[in-house]
Design a protein around this ligand. Structure first.
Ligand code: ADE
Length: 260
């Protein structure tokens, strides 16, 4: 999968995208990340990329000409144009479901917004979708783009061992079970004995119950959603009931999965 990132600050990406798993995935040719400096597409001598907003007010707005030219330059390299996503606090909240959907694509263009925002005409004509990584405002879209690339890239086939994605938080509506490794006793705290028992079936049941319990305690909203989406077995429901879970009505409407 190829990621084209359009940014005013390409140096910010050194480190997060050049270390660890993403580094190995790029070396293996499973993913490709191309950085494009929007400033290179500014036609004037000063390479201006922002200007004051029409109508007055605080802050600066990203000019349409360099932004549109940079997007056009990237899209010209494709026969089938990939989606162009703008990272913005006004966008749809990015979720694991988006990550899974995007990881199926051959390519993705990410535009990092800056200043007060981008000229609305570019948003309307060249942006396929806007994504936010949370309800807070960053200094720009770069960190958000890195978050999206990281979350998507690890789901691209061949980047991680498939087993490690299987039962992790947010993939199937439940949080993860707790993990332990050697030593068996650390500072007086022993690992749960079931994990040392060698009974794989019982370990699997314990882990499932830990996922249910953790989700009930930390994210009861997720449990309600999992129940409505039919992701809980009768055994899950019975276990949760013994921990005081107020079983939601069977006909509770399932919240729609976010889609791009
Ligand atoms: N740019 C500034 N804040 C952002 C956010 N929360 N998500 C995505 N892009 C942003």
């Amino acid at each position: 999968m190829r990621f084209d990132i359009l940014t005013l600050f390409p140096d910010m990406f050194t480190g997060p995208l050049t270390e660890s798993i993403l580094k190995r995935a790029q070396q293996a040719g499973v993913i490709e990340i191309a950085l494009h400096n929007i400033r290179d597409f500014a036609p004037d001598r000063h390479r201006t990329t922002d200007d004051a907003p029409y109508g007055g007010g605080a802050g600066m707005v990203m000019k349409p000409v360099p932004l549109a030219a940079s997007i056009g330059h990237v899209l010209a390299q494709y026969t089938t144009p990939p989606p162009v996503l703008l990272l913005s606090p006004d966008g749809q909240q990015f979720t694991q479901a988006h990550a899974a959907q995007l990881a199926q694509l051959p390519a993705l263009v990410l535009v990092c917004g800056h200043y007060e925002g981008v000229d609305e005409r570019v948003r309307e004509t060249l942006i396929s979708h806007e994504l936010s990584i949370g309800d807070y405002v960053l200094t720009g879209g770069e960190l958000a783009a890195m978050v999206v690339v990281d979350a998507v890239a690890r789901l691209v086939a061949g980047v991680l061992d498939a087993a490690s994605i299987h039962e992790e938080s947010h993939t199937d509506g439940l949080l993860e079970y707790p993990h332990y490794t050697r030593p068996a006793v650390w500072e007086g705290q022993a690992v749960p004995p079931i994990l040392l028992s060698g009974h794989h079936g019982e370990v699997a049941i314990w882990r499932r119950q830990q996922r249910l319990l953790r989700t009930l305690q930390r994210r009861p909203d997720m449990l309600t959603h999992a129940a409505a989406a039919g992701l809980l077995t009768p055994a899950d429901r019975a276990f949760l009931a013994t921990h005081g879970w107020p079983t939601p009505p069977a006909a509770a409407p399932a919240a729609p999965e976010p889609s791009l």
